[in-house]
Every structure is written in structure tokens, then in C-alpha cells.
Ligand binder design. Structure first.
Ligand SMILES: C[S@@+](CC[C@H](N)C(=O)[O-])C[C@H]1O[C@@H](n2cnc3c(N)ncnc32)[C@H](O)[C@@H]1O
Length: 221
């Protein structure tokens, strides 16, 4: 899979995507991740990427020309162009699974007050938000989305790191998990998990997942 990001802050990506599972995916060639600086597509002396909004109002907007030029240069026939914006559909595990099937994607990360509307109208195949709050720019949303998609790619997680039974994979939260010691400061691990009876353990986990979801996230049911 190739994921490219167009951003004003390439430096923000150093670190989070160079560690752990994502680093391994990149090293194995399962994820080809590339960052492009939007300023490279501005051609005036000051590399201007923003302008005041017509009609007045606070803040600056990202101008259309550098973004159009970048998208035209960076995309191929099947590239999915995704605009990052608080107005987009809210990213979740189902969308992560959907995007894990896409081979070629360009995430456009905004800044200031966002984008000239023509970017949304003409360039975006999709528009994603990572939640109902406003961040200073789209770099963190891009990293969240890249992380969530990458760990779903075949071969990225090891045998002991399956994504099949975790939260949201069956529309429920994950069941509670315990590890050694079996008793810690008087708190005991549920007996059934020590029983070795796999059918009973599976039933307990299913019941607990349903109970936790009902208690904490009834909106998922
Ligand atoms: C300060 S925000 C712009 C907010 C915009 N004026 C609004 O009210 O929707 C700057 C950029 O950060 C990114 N951004 C901020 N919050 C986001 C979120 N919740 N999800 C996705 N992107 C976000 C977007 O790329 C956005 O263009």
C-alpha cells in the first residue's frame, strides 16, 4: 500500500511513524509512506500557501493553486484523495478496514482555517474527521489514520498481535484481559480464565464484551 501525505509540517511525522509496528511495516515494504511539503508547490518568492477569505472573517485559508498542482503531480489513476477536515465523516474502525483495501491514497492535511472550498469540490474523493474537536492542523489526524490502516494490512501484525478480536472488530468493545500473577494485591483473575476450558472461556469473553459495551458504549449496540 502506498500512502502519501501533503502537509505544511513534514517534521511532525518524524517519530510516530518510525517506531514499533508501523516502522516494521515500512521496513518490510508493506507500507510505502511518503510525505510532501505543500510549500514546494508555491512558486512566489515567499512560498505563499494561504490567503484571506473573501467576505472577511478571521484567519487565513489554504489557497487552491498549490494544492491543485500538488494533487495533479502526485496522484495516479487510482489514487484515493482524502481531505482531512473536522467536517468530514468521522473516522472509525469500519472506515479503517475499508481504506485498508485501497492501494494508493493521498491525505491532504490542512492548516489555518482550512481549505478554499474548490479543493473539497474538485479534488477530494473523501473527507475524514478524526472526531468532533478542532486540531491546529491535519498532521495528527493523518498519523492516526495511517496507523489504524497500517495495522490492518496483511502481514503487519505478528501471529500474537491479531486484530480479529479487539474492540470494534465485531461491533463490540473488547472483553477484559488479565495476565500473571493470578492474584495481585488481593485482586483475583476470574476463575474461568484459569480453567483451561476453551468453550467456557469463549462464552465468558462474549458475555463480558457485550456487558462492557452496554455499560460504556451503548451507542455501539
Ligand atoms: C484549525 S483546523 C480548521 C478548522 C475549520 N476552520 C473548521 O472550523 O472546521 C485546520 C486543519 O486541521 C485539520 N483538522 C483539525 N481538526 C481536525 C479533525 N478533527 N479531523 C481531521 N482534521 C482536522 C484539518 O486539515 C483542518 O483543515
Amino acid at each position: 500500500m502506498r500512502i502519501e501525505v501533503l502537509t505544511l509540517f513534514p517534521g511532525m511525522f518524524a517519530g510516530p511513524l518510525d517506531e514499533s509496528i508501523i516502522k516494521r511495516a515500512r521496513e518490510k515494504g508493506l507500507l510505502d509512506f511518503r510525505i510532501h511539503n505543500l510549500r514546494d508547490y508555491a512558486h512566489d518568492r515567499h512560498k505563499t500557501v494561504d490567503e484571506r477569505p473573501f467576505g472577511g472573517g478571521p484567519g487565513m485559508l489554504l489557497k487552491p493553486e498549490p494544492i491543485f498542482e500538488a494533487v495533479e503531480k502526485l496522484t495516479r489513476e487510482n489514487t484515493r484523495v482524502i481531505l482531512l477536515s473536522p467536517s468530514g465523516r468521522t473516522f472509525n474502525q469500519a472506515i479503517a478496514r475499508e481504506l485498508a483495501q485501497v492501494h494508493d491514497m493521498l491525505l491532504i492535511s490542512g492548516h489555518y482555517e482550512g481549505f478554499d472550498e474548490r479543493v473539497r469540490e474538485c479534488l477530494a474523493d473523501d473527507e475524514l474527521s478524526i472526531g468532533d474537536y478542532v486540531l491546529t492542523n491535519g498532521a495528527l489526524p493523518a498519523m492516526v489514520i495511517v496507523d489504524a490502516i497500517t495495522r490492518l494490512l496483511p502481514g503487519v501484525l505478528g501471529d500474537d498481535e491479531s486484530s480479529h478480536e479487539e474492540s470494534f472488530s465485531h461491533g463490540l468493545l473488547e472483553y477484559p484481559q488479565y495476565t500473571r500473577p493470578a492474584e495481585f494485591r488481593g485482586m483475583k483473575v476470574p476463575e474461568v480464565l484459569l480453567s483451561g476450558n476453551h468453550a467456557q472461556i469463549a462464552r465468558w469473553r462474549a458475555e463480558e464484551a457485550a456487558r462492557q459495551t452496554k455499560e460504556r458504549r451503548p451507542d455501539l449496540l
